[in-house]
Design a protein around this ligand. Structure first.
Ligand code: HEC
Ligand code: HEC
Length: 526
């Protein structure tokens, strides 16, 4: 390999480093980003026209992406930087060289740490780039062709053995990466994009986020929740946050914390809910926030979160979102600016409005015995969005996620176990014969051996335990297990089975869960 791998790097590292020492700032007071770039990065990254630095100025990425690049400078290239300076730089770079909201659409799952997502990329991208890390790590960056090419060079220079690995030794990886992937990536993920220019000039001021937010959420294994999140300013682009909410079963969901806004919309919060630290990764735009809130130590325990600013008008959710023909139930509408009469469509009658405020409406509903199965658009005045499912019988049950990974842990080690968390989704058949989602139902859960190998190795006995009434699977302890064949660890290959009761008839759905070893390397973007 004759290519110069560090093309674009300054050769005069020592000389500049010496200059930095001579001109280092007199105190440890907070330094601004430009100063840090000059004094901490410019030693290796050469200055270019227009106040630019080689490599650094020619890429755009998420806050997590910038954090990972700088962390790599520390671990691989010996960069010395304080945590405070690194925070300042990540903020500055994410604000000035970030991604527009439309550029993160469809790949936010990586930042939201939905690690069971089955990605959808073309075969070549999956094989060439998505076999060591997520395809989202690639899709969450923007660069010109030259920078994509340098990235390819860096990969091979840093990990030369990649050429001998599976999905490389069967092809000329380096040649394909340069000749096919680089042009493809430069076209698909270009540095210059009108969407980014537009976002820079139209992004709302962060103060617009201050106020009370009505939110709705869903935590697998626990159910739906709703409440109010109060946001107050605490410096520029930083906030104090307080959450007051409740699960459908009455369990409180209360806590306080802080948040910071990157790139004008990338909301990153840290909230302690009843003593457990939870992270918030939301896209916050105008009157809408959406994303995922998960435990810092257990990112598999997380809830889908959607919020509307009070004072705006938006209908967020209907809880629960289904009703059986011929039956009555109480449902709650969550949103903001809810005024007027709720309507649930044909065959659904509002028997009584139990409670009504701008943030929630609780109603008693009755579905006619002959109401046609299918989805009804729910409206409140002129507001719409969510739907209500009417069903007379459940046609099938799906386990969600259909494919998942749990991980052994603890057992004397410091890595926590990664649980499996499942929902049983009921599906109906519409009048048109097409399947439609009814919603998440209570279920009875169990695991079984996935195949003969798993049966022979007694994976069900060793890999962990499924909580029958919640769908929460807790894997076994890490480390070798003398009770297993060849003292192997508690890994396993399991079927996840949910049984849902529909008027005395039991319907089952099936998922697949691999119980495997710890994730030793757990970067912010998988
Ligand atoms: C000791 C030398 C050194 C210092 C100091 C240094 N870098 Fe780097 N940087 C490198 C090298 C070498 C590469 C190319 C290899 C790589 O990508 O890891 C690089 C590449 C990069 C890239 C491109 C990564 C990519 O994926 O294409 C970015 C961005 C970057 N550095 C940011 C920074 C920032 C920000 C600082 C200052 C906080 C910094 N670097 C300080 C040596 C350095
Ligand atoms: C052999 C495994 C492997 C393959 C194949 C691979 N990557 Fe990577 N990639 C890595 C590792 C390891 C890192 C470094 C993570 C870190 O920053 O510590 C990385 C980092 C990255 C980053 C983040 C760099 C930054 O600092 O911003 C991007 C973007 C990326 N890879 C894109 C690609 C693309 C595009 C391809 C296919 C052409 C590819 N990767 C193929 C292992 C791989």
């Amino acid at each position: 390999m004759k290519r110069k791998l560090r093309s674009g790097m300054s050769a005069s590292l020592l000389a500049v480093a010496a200059c930095v020492a001579l001109h280092s700032p007199p105190s440890l007071a907070a330094r601004d980003a430009q100063t840090i770039l000059q004094q901490t990065c410019q030693g290796c990254h050469t200055p270019k026209a227009d106040n630019a630095l080689s490599r650094i100025s020619h890429q755009r990425k998420t806050p997590e992406g910038w954090l990972m690049s700088i962390a790599r400078m520390q671990t691989m290239h010996g960069l010395q930087i304080s945590d405070e300076d690194r925070r300042t730089l990540v903020k500055y770079l994410a604000d000035t060289q970030g991604l527009a909201p439309s550029e993160t659409d469809g790949v936010r799952y990586a930042m939201e740490r939905r690690l069971n997502t089955v990605e959808q990329f073309d075969d070549q991208t999956s094989q060439m780039c998505g076999r060591c890390h997520s395809g989202a790590r690639v899709a969450l960056q923007r660069r010109p062709a030259q920078e994509w090419e340098r990235l390819v060079n860096f990969h091979l220079g840093q990990w030369p053995s990649l050429e001998y690995q599976a999905l490389s030794r069967d092809r000329d990886w380096f040649d394909l990466a340069r000749k096919e992937m680089v042009p493809l990536l430069a076209k698909r993920y270009p540095l210059d994009n009108p969407a980014w220019k537009k976002w820079l000039s139209t992004a709302p001021k962060s103060e617009a986020l201050v106020g009370d937010w009505s939110f709705s959420g869903h935590l697998p294994g626990k159910g739906e929740l709703a409440g109010v999140m109060s946001v107050s300013a605490d410096g520029s682009d930083t906030f104090k946050v307080s959450v007051k909410g409740q699960y459908a079963d009455g369990t409180p969901f209360n806590g306080d914390g802080s948040a910071i806004l990157y790139t004008g919309y990338e909301w990153r919060g840290n909230v302690s809910i009843d003593g457990v630290t939870m992270r918030q990764v939301f896209a916050a735009q105008g009157n809408a926030m959406q994303g995922r809130m998960f435990e810092a130590e257990h990112d598999e325990r997380g809830l889908d979160f959607v919020a509307a600013k009070q004072g705006s008008s938006r209908l967020l959710a209907v809880q629960p979102g289904y009703l059986k023909a011929g039956s009555e139930t109480e449902v709650t509408l969550i949103g903001s600016g809810l005024t007027g009469k709720p309507n649930f469509g044909k065959g659904v009658e509002v028997v009584e409005i139990v409670e009504q405020s701008p943030a929630r409406i609780k109603v008693k509903l009755k579905a006619a015995a002959n109401a046609q199965p299918g989805l009804r658009a729910v409206t409140v005045g002129t507001l719409k969005g969510p739907s209500l499912s009417i069903y007379n019988k459940i046609a099938s049950v799906k386990v969600v996620p259909e494919f998942s990974v749990a991980r052994i842990g603890e057992g004397g080690g410091s890595t926590p176990k990664v649980q499996g968390r499942f929902d049983a989704e009921a599906w109906g058949k519409g009048a048109d014969g097409k399947p439609y989602r009814i919603g998440v139902f209570p279920a009875q859960w169990k695991v079984e051996a996935f195949d003969d190998r798993a049966r022979e190795d007694e994976d069900v006995k060793f890999a962990g335990t499924m909580q029958a009434d919640t769908g929460v699977f807790t894997p076994g302890d890490a480390g070798p297990n003398p009770a297993r064949k060849m003292s192997t660890n508690n890994a396993g290959n399991l079927k996840v089975i949910a049984a849902v009761d529909d008027a005395g008839k039991s319907l089952t759905g099936e998922g697949h869960m691999i119980v495997t070893v710890q994730r030793w390397n757990n970067p912010p973007i998988p």
